[in-house]
Ligand binder design. Sequence first.
Ligand code: ADP
Ligand code: MG
Ligand code: MG
Length: 876
Amino acid sequence: MDKLVYRFNNLGGTTDKKSKDVLGGKGANLAQMAKLGLPVPPGFTISTKVCEYFYKNNKKIPKKVINQSKKEINLIEKITKNKFGDSSNPLLISVRSGSRVSMPGMMDTILNLGLNDKTVIGLKNKTRNGRFAKDSYRRLIQMYGNVVLGIESHYFEELIENYKLTKGVIQDTELTEEDWDGLIKNFKDVVKEKTKKEFPQNVNEQLLKSIGAVFLSWNSKRAKTYRKINYIPDHWGTAVNVQAMVFGNMGEDCATGVAFTRNPSNGKKEIFGEYLINAQGEDVVAGTRTPKNLLSMSKSIPKIFQQLKKIFKQLEKKYKDMQDIEFTVENNKLWMLQTRSGKRTAKAAIKIAVDMVQEKLISNREAILRIDPNTLDTLLHPTLDEKAEKKVIATGLPASPGAASGKVTFSADDAERLKEQMQETILVRIETSPEDINGMHAAKGILTARGGMTSHAAVIARGMGKPCVSGSSEIKIDYKNKVFKSGDYEIKEGDVITIDGGSGKVMFGKVPTVKPDITGDFSKIMSWADQYRKLKVRTNSETPADTRIARDFGAEGIGLCRTEHMFFDEKRIISVRQMILSKTLEDRKEALAKLLPYQKNDFVEIFKIMNGLPVTVRLLDPPLHEFLPKTDKDIDDVAKELNMSHNDIKSRITELHEQNPMLGHRGCRLGISFPEIYHMQCEAIFEALAECKKKRIKLVIPEIMIPLVSTAAEIQILRNLVNNTAKEIQKKRSIKIKYYVGTMIELPRAAIRAKDIAKYADFFSFGTNDLTQTTYGISRDDSGKFLNDYVENKIFNKDPFVSIDERGVGELIKIATERGRLEKKSLKLGICGEHGGDPASIEFCERAKLNYISCSPYRVPVARLAAAQAYLKKKK
Ligand code: ADP
Ligand code: MG
Ligand code: MG
């Protein structure tokens, strides 16, 4: 069997990837810190492999691990000169979870193990601090009761709250040894009542049960949810770290805190953290006491503050990244309890990466790889309009930047439910806990009344890239009546508010927003990305407004211009309807002639903005009935306008009805049946070119795309139509027109017959939305009903409409690419469709050797970065 238990200090080279797999992030980093000579309480790590064994073997901990753990405890005893379970010199330990990647607060940890009715007296005598000893003991009963015995913590919390109320004190620190004695008795009664057993006095039993409980917490509901949201595999498991306790709650020369080596909100190079004097571990993040800014430590305990500053530097140098740190001060001695790469906002990620390149800590390649492309989204979207009128109703801490508006909701479940109804919400909570994860995911933003910049709400929101205002103490939440008050304002559930996580302001109503700033560090990262990436990035766009946004974001062409979107305009739809309703060719041509100038002008506009860059124009694709009036009133309006009878129109609608429109009379099939439609569209494209030439606008070479082709014959016929139309216009306007003709590959047959099709195509664009639908035989619009079940049952890893199914759809793309290029070496290949903006799919496109990706305008920077990462990862 492999090694299963690892001691902190004797481990060499523990930061490579493998050791995190085995030791978990926390364990690997504790070992690494020990190796750097930093003050880490002695301890050991039980490997993640044991977790795997545990679940495969009826939740048993292997004998070998138990024996080795005992040996390691002996060693800790020697180092600390204490003894586990000894009534005069008791050793106390913590049992901590820690998986490969950090899952903050999702799994369990138990502190102060080794205390019982006897050892607590020993601890008291040794430290001459009875209050501290008893406080520690009650914490153990509470945590052990909760984590190991499954007793909900509110049973304990309420006892403390009620007691404080009776005694008339506010802070826990005001309670005396005698107070805690009484509470310990009550706590033990709770344990007895809930479990029908006494709180275990045997310290070895405490230890073993705690190790088991940490393994079990890997499969807690919240941990599972977190893994699902973050795509963390279930089989990884958690390691368990066992470590000597150090105490921040022994008196006024003790403290505990968390810190980031840089500001995780904006990335500035400044110490950022919070601490509490005379407190233990979780007190800072739990929001029970409001912590102090770490900077004030330079006055309260300056020596420790200086030491911390030095360590921060050392850690950044070692890990070459911003660190998130936990520490405790025991009687003026600093102990390091955790370090990990800190979660940060997209804005901070970019600033830190650029700064670290300048500080020569990392290379610009490394900087590119550091930034999660998906998080860029938060930077690209609008921020609050400074000039807009704002009715500020409260302020809190600027915990996670960005602005969000939505209806107030007070529970995670409500937020989830409303999201299903496409409603935007702001989740308002006194404080959040890991159970709220689902709701935080569903809400547009989060507002809490309690908790600091490192509270659960703040950390999770930053990780999710969601705006968050935390610790807004002015607001008083009444969960029962579903309202919150702030000064004179009373906000009810369903009222719309806006929060600005950059300033901490909470405003009434929906506040308008402005365009984001994409200069400075952002554009630096983008220019580095452009240096490396091989894939070109285009956009899917058909309106001048979208096209401009995409160009500003760096789009290098249009990969998909859906001409039908131009048909829905109010002034045009009537002609479109006339065209569809016409019974004769003459009528149809007349209607098309009315559409021609509109369509031409659209193209002129777009060609002008694109200024010579490639533009792929897709000819009409959707089934015609999509354009027809739906309600009786609409039908009446159209009837009047077109001088037809209501019934005439109705019967034409019935005629056009299809059982399965997505597989019906659409795409190139329309071009085959009604060549005059495609003729008009090509005429518009070429006439637009003629006009651009006249206006001395740099000419684009349009790429005319025929949709839904499955046979070579279809594209052969339609290519002829395009060629003939081009000839007509060339002659009429006496100009030379350059253009390409190609097809979308969105049917499996087209992928398979790519070689024949390539004879008539200059390019292929993979329409992966339809290709996914037709490969799986699943309609995207109807998949909502069962997609979740498929993800739940692990049939799908991810929604295949979001991230490309490499093994099926991807295989077809590879086949088409190979066969297409076999026929025509110069064949240009790209992908449009939702997947073009998905980093995982972009990685696939790089490996599949496509030429470009095309995505919606706001995804363009995401795609630029993801394409650079894809290339760098491939090279690695
Ligand atoms: P989490 O992953 O939820 O942060 P941790 O294992 O880091 O859980 O522990 C929870 C809290 O207990 C942290 O504040 C940590 O610093 C503190 N803690 C853990 N082990 C010890 C220890 N040996 N001595 C003192 N405090 C500890
Ligand atoms: Mg921790
Ligand atoms: Mg399609």
